[in-house]
Write a protein that binds this ligand. Structure first.
Ligand SMILES: Nc1ncnc2c1ncn2[C@@H]1O[C@H](COP(=O)(O)OP(=O)(O)O)[C@@H](O)[C@H]1O
Ligand SMILES: [Mg+2]
Length: 377
């Protein structure tokens, strides 16, 4: 059952209002009557009106003036208005002034079918617009909670890998090395030594998977340290040289969500540099100035197409889509441009969100390496 649209009928003559009501009743929408422009404005402010139906000439406030007032209010800029006028059509040139919103007119004598048709088109339009707004906000809410739960999930898997699988592997390795100390035949010793080497490699792998999923440095030391670590690893894995510039040198800690977001954006942008750019070098800069944070990732590769720079849905993937979503959540802006040669990914996050920015972040007391009671991983 679609919700009813509110139709506001404005006329100073009660008899006319009754006749509009009789005509429009069968549409099954919610009809509201107003005897004056002032009363009409009161309804508009209180209720979500889909269509205003009004007489052009009313004593106290003429229809055009009322329309002007309605349009001046940002909330009503798209409210549909249907004028009813005894004036001949050619005199309605003034209506051209209302191009911003949906405007239509009907002349007297009113043809019932015509009035119903016009009103129902606008009512339907209003319903569809409203549905779209609801769906859009739902989509925004979903995608932002998706990102949050993805971060949370990565953190959890990283911890699990580190504390569970990682610790078990270390224990296995210690036991094996213990066995290796004992007397054995040479071939057996060789097998055990090979297994031990293999376990070392596995421990390294689990460890780097865990850290890439969620770098512990990000929580413990901060963005700069985590990025430095990530860039070094990236260069080793990809062969692409990288340069990191963080300003000011005493870069402050920021809210954990913001540090994670910036880290993920750089990670995603560099993954793209590796996968798509053919670049030999990448530059990452993080600048905090006047409260705002500016992040750029530049490469000297082949550059991006206009389609990608314009965020055409069929040209961008989850990578850029996700970056955009993260940036939006902080009220910021993402831009992709060619830097001839290469691509610049630029993110500007404004400092106007005091709740999110620069909260004192408690630094986790023990880094994982300090705990000597347990074998470290
Ligand atoms: N640094 C870059 N250099 C060249 N092209 C890029 C770069 N970054 C992104 N692109 C282009 O943008 C497209 C969309 O990127 P993305 O949204 O991350 O999706 P995906 O990486 O899965 O293709 C890529 O397929 C690529 O064509
Ligand atoms: Mg990508």
């Amino acid at each position: 059952m679609p919700e009813k649209a509110n139709i506001l009928m404005v006329d100073d003559q009660p008899a006319k209002l009754l006749s509009y009501e009789a005509i429009l009743n069968e549409l099954g929408e919610n009809l509201i009557k107003a005897n004056s422009g002032r009363e009409a404005l009161e309804h508009l402010l209180k209720t979500d009106i889909a269509v205003v139906l009004m007489d052009v000439s009313m004593p106290e406030l003429d229809g055009f003036e009322l329309a002007e007032m309605i349009r001046q209010h940002p909330r009503f800029q798209r409210t549909a208005i249907i004028f009813i006028s005894a004036v001949h059509l050619t005199d309605l040139d003034r209506l051209k002034g209302y191009q911003r919103g949906a405007v239509d007119y009907i002349s007297v004598p009113v043809v019932p079918e015509l009035l119903r048709a016009k009103v129902s088109v606008f009512a339907e339009l209003h319903r569809k617009t409203h549905q779209l707004e609801v769906l859009n906000s739902e989509l925004r809410r979903l995608s932002s909670s998706l990102i949050a739960s993805q971060d949370e999930e990565r953190r959890r898997i990283a911890r699990e890998l580190h504390d569970g699988l990682g610790q078990d592997l270390v224990a296995i390795k210690m036991m094996l090395d213990g066995i290796l100390q004992q007397e054995h035949s040479a071939p057996k010793k060789q097998v055990a030594a090979d297994v031990s080497t293999l376990i070392d490699r596995t421990i390294q792998q689990v460890r780097s998977i865990s850290h890439l999923l969620h770098p512990p440095l990000l929580d413990e030391v901060g963005l700069r340290a985590a990025l430095k670590w990530y860039l070094e690893g990236f260069t080793k894995r990809s062969g692409i040289e990288t340069d990191l510039d963080v300003q000011p040198s005493s870069f402050p800690r920021m809210a954990p969500e913001l540090e994670t977001a910036v880290f993920r954006i750089v990670q995603e942008a560099l993954t793209n540099v590796f996968r798509h750019s053919g670049a030999r070098k990448g530059w990452v800069t993080i600048l905090k100035q006047d409260g705002q944070v500016v992040v750029t990732v530049r490469d000297d590769g082949k550059g991006i197409s206009d389609y990608v720079a314009e965020f055409r849905p069929d040209s961008i993937g989850i990578g850029i889509g996700g970056m955009r979503q993260r940036v939006k959540e902080f009220g910021g802006e993402l831009q992709l441009r060619n830097s001839n040669p290469g691509t610049i990914v630029e993110v500007v996050i404004p400092g106007k969100l005091p709740v999110v920015f620069d909260q004192p972040v408690p630094v986790t007391a023990q880094a994982s390496g300090n705990n000597t009671a347990r074998p470290t991983f």
